[in-house]
Design a protein. Structure first.
Length: 296
């Protein structure tokens, strides 16, 4: 049975992403590398894609996939962490926005926007995690950066509670979307619940509870590595081409492609054997090779 691939796990609230990875690591053993693609805060639950073995070399492709969240916010409140895990204080006589004003504010936050990450985040500042500096009482102001918010839909609103569905690109902080939406309405907000319902093709409906995994059954839940690069163009290579690519040589593409484009190379049985890069329009060079087990 394969010992490398991707686990689509449903992280429970109350655990860190690292704790979930450590659970899998204990089952897989120290000899097998385990990672995750996209941190979820302890408050949050939902999809946590966990690459195992050689699939950890595909983590960045999963991180680039669009993400979907279901988030709940409480208006008229603020906290240092921008969620209810921090010290929450209520504003004195805050405005109570109308439903139409909330919907209009959500529409203004869609598209490519500038977002200032929260102080309590894993972003490094001078080699230190921002949340470590914030916990020490230091003033942490991170520079705004561009993020993509594809959809920001108001599911329900009954003051002070606001529920949103969010579809966004990597690097977007959902806590900060609630903060900025509320600020545009002259108030504040804290996130009280968050569930990640999808990362690309990895959906919560198919996610597995980490508690259900055992030393015997976890390999049976591994998804094929090709799932990590489902957004890339795919080319089925002939046996001779597979041998050339795995030996570090180039092959010809079946048609002209954009230079620099990454392409997933499959063997005749449909297994991922290489991530290739396009050169000169019709030449494919190996970027990351994944030889089948029988060749290792």
């Amino acid at each position: 049975m394969a010992r490398w691939g991707l686990l689509n796990l449903c992280k429970p609230a109350g655990l860190t992403s690292r704790q979930v990875v450590d659970q899998v690591q204990r089952l897989a053993g120290r000899a097998i590398k385990v990672g995750h693609a996209g941190t979820l805060d302890p408050l949050a639950s939902g999809v946590l894609v966990t690459p195992v073995g050689r699939a950890t070399r595909l983590t960045d492709y999963v991180q680039q996939m669009p993400k979907t969240y279901s988030a709940t916010f409480l208006l008229g409140r603020q906290s240092d962490t921008e969620d209810t895990d921090g010290a929450v204080t209520e504003l004195v006589d805050p405005p109570i926005p109308t439903a139409s004003a909330v919907r209009e504010a959500a529409e203004r936050l869609t598209g490519r926007i500038l977002q200032r990450p929260p102080a309590y985040s894993a972003i490094k500042v001078g080699g230190r995690r921002a949340y470590d500096l914030a916990r020490r009482g230091e003033d942490v102001r991170l520079a705004p950066r561009e993020v993509d918010v594809h959809r920001l839909h108001v599911v329900a609103y009954e003051y002070p509670e606001l529920r949103l569905t969010i579809e966004c690109g990597g690097g977007t902080y959902v806590r900060s979307l609630g903060r900025d939406l509320a600020a545009s309405l002259g108030t504040a907000a804290v996130m009280s619940a968050l569930q990640r319902t999808a990362i690309g093709p990895f959906r919560i409906e198919e996610a597995v509870s980490p508690e259900s995994l055992t030393r015997d059954n976890w390999p049976g839940h591994l998804l094929p590595p090709i799932a990590a690069v489902s957004q890339l163009p795919q080319i089925v290579l002939g046996e001779d081409q597979v041998r050339r690519i795995l030996s570090g040589r180039t092959v010809q593409s079946p048609g002209r492609l954009d230079p620099g484009l990454d392409v997933a190379g499959l063997d005749p049985s449909g297994r991922l054997v290489s991530i290739m890069t396009v050169r000169n329009g019709n030449e494919l060079a190996p970027k990351r090779n994944f030889p089948p087990a029988e060749l290792l």
